[in-house]
Design a protein around this ligand. Structure first.
Ligand SMILES: *Cc1c(COP(=O)(O)O)cnc(C)c1O
Length: 423
């Protein structure tokens, strides 16, 4: 049963209530390895489901365009303060609706249409909003793309410097969606300084690891930092922008009135709750365990003959290259999902296959670590993955049901925040 319970929803709209329960059960029964997902706490769920959703609050603390901000002003101020304290940032804006709008606000704050912007190429692990061609950021600005090195699978910092000197981007993005290795913020900062660019660190994937001390922080190196709040940070779907005091005004103006209207106050509250949770000592232990699990899972996959981009991982994320396994990423991901292992197909650097059926699988340990799974179980996870992928490569569906049942049985011992097993 969903927790908090949804009795009014069951009474008013059983169809939607049924879907909420079904999704909760699905999340309970599956090994969730999507690197950008997690399980939030019931406290975060309660804040996100509160009457704060009823309130309009365009503007910022003390400067709103609607009356009745007696509660919202101190609430948003508290969320901002918690973000500043957790990350050590001089300025924080907690209003962006999600990661993509947060990144768009960076363009509005620092670039004019047509200006050059540099980011990691999407198929190499970057994000759409870092100037990819189908994104507004690639259409309205002039993208300059850097890559990872073919031999190491790691960002080519020499190329970053050469390109930045040649193209003089106004903004350099670092960070991405499929980067299994530590991001060298000081090296990016040096290049940005040398070339007069604003350094924007997009820490959407690793924000929780940074908060928990399991990945170096961009604070002190990047001029502006964007992050989603719903990945390793384990908050509601939302985003934040942090910056130096120097850029505070430009960032705030870009978010509102530049791009958005009223902030989602229920999300602001849930972000504040998640930030408080992330400041507890237990969260640092969580972040360390996320990485420890990924490292052991990567080693177990390597032992089973899987090629990993960059050879392994430093963080929560593993990128598997299936080229030698005789199966594409999409059919492998679909078979794994049927077997109770939820992940996504993903391009690998220099992929020779198409984006809709690339050669890779992306795996993350943030959600299963929240469930309480530890290193000792990672070889078993790798064994299940290997069994299903090998069978799928031969068109054999017979293992799928058995593996799904074994996973359901294992996960019954690992409680899920947001769900209570009913007797
Ligand atoms: C997830 C992600 C985003 C976008 O977040 P949405 O909330 O899906 O818009 C932006 N940048 C990076 C690096 C991400 O991983």
């Amino acid at each position: 049963m969903h927790e908090p319970a949804v009795p009014h929803l069951h009474a008013e709209d059983p169809e939607i209530a049924g879907m909420v329960e079904a999704e909760a059960r699905r999340q309970y029964e599956k090994l969730r390895l999507i690197a950008s997902e997690n399980y939030v706490s019931p406290a975060v769920l309660e804040a996100a489901g509160s009457v704060l959703t009823n309130k309009y609050s365009e503007g910022y603390e003390g400067r709103r365009y609607y009356e009745g901000q007696q509660v919202i002003d101190p609430l948003e101020a508290l969320a901002v303060r918690r973000a500043q304290e957790l990350f050590g940032a001089e300025h924080a804006n907690v209003q962006p609706y999600s990661g993509s709008p947060a990144n768009l606000a960076v363009y509005l704050a620092f670039l004019e249409p047509g200006d050059p912007v540099m980011g990691l190429s999407l198929p190499m692990g970057g994000h759409l909003t870092h100037g990819w061609s189908v994104s507004a950021t690639g259409k309205w600005f002039r993208p300059v793309r850097y890559d990872v090195r073919a031999d190491t699978g790691r960002v080519d910092m020499d190329q970053v410097r050469d390109l930045a000197l040649k193209e003089r981007p106004k903004v350099i993005w670092c960070g991405g969606t499929a980067i299994p290795r530590t991001i060298d913020f000081p090296a990016f900062a040096e290049i940005a300084r040398e070339t007069g660019a604003v350094l924007a660190a997009d820490i959407a994937h690793i924000a929780g690891l940074i908060a928990g001390g399991a990945h170096p922080s961009p604070v002190g190196h990047a001029d502006v930092i964007t992050t989603t709040t719903h990945k390793t940070l384990r908050g509601p779907r939302g985003a934040m922008i942090m910056s130096t005091a120097e850029h505070a005004k430009a960032v705030d103006k870009a978010v509102f009135p530049g791009l958005q209207g009223g902030p989602h106050n229920q999300t602001t509250a849930a972000i504040a709750v998640a930030l408080r949770e992330a400041a507890q000592p237990g969260f640092a232990a969580y972040a360390r365990q996320v990485v420890a699990n990924a490292v052991v899972l990567a080693a177990a996959l390597r032992d089973r003959g899987y090629d990993l981009v960059s050879g392994g991982t430093d963080n929560h994320l593993i990128l598997i290259d299936l080229t030698k396994k005789g199966i594409g990423g999409k059919p492998a991901a679909q078979a794994l999902d049927r077997a109770g292992i939820e992940l996504n197909y993903n391009a690998v650097p220099f992929d020779t296959r198409k984006p809709f059926d690339p050669s890779g699988l992306r795996v993350g340990t943030a959600a299963i670590t929240t469930r309480g799974l530890g290193e000792e179980l990672m070889p078993q996870v790798a064994a299940w993955m290997d069994e299903v992928v090998q069978a799928a490569a031969k068109g054999d569906e017979s293992v799928v049901e058995r593996v799904a049942a074994q996973i359901r049985e294992l996960l019954a011992s690992y409680p899920m925040p947001g769900w209570t097993a009913t007797p």
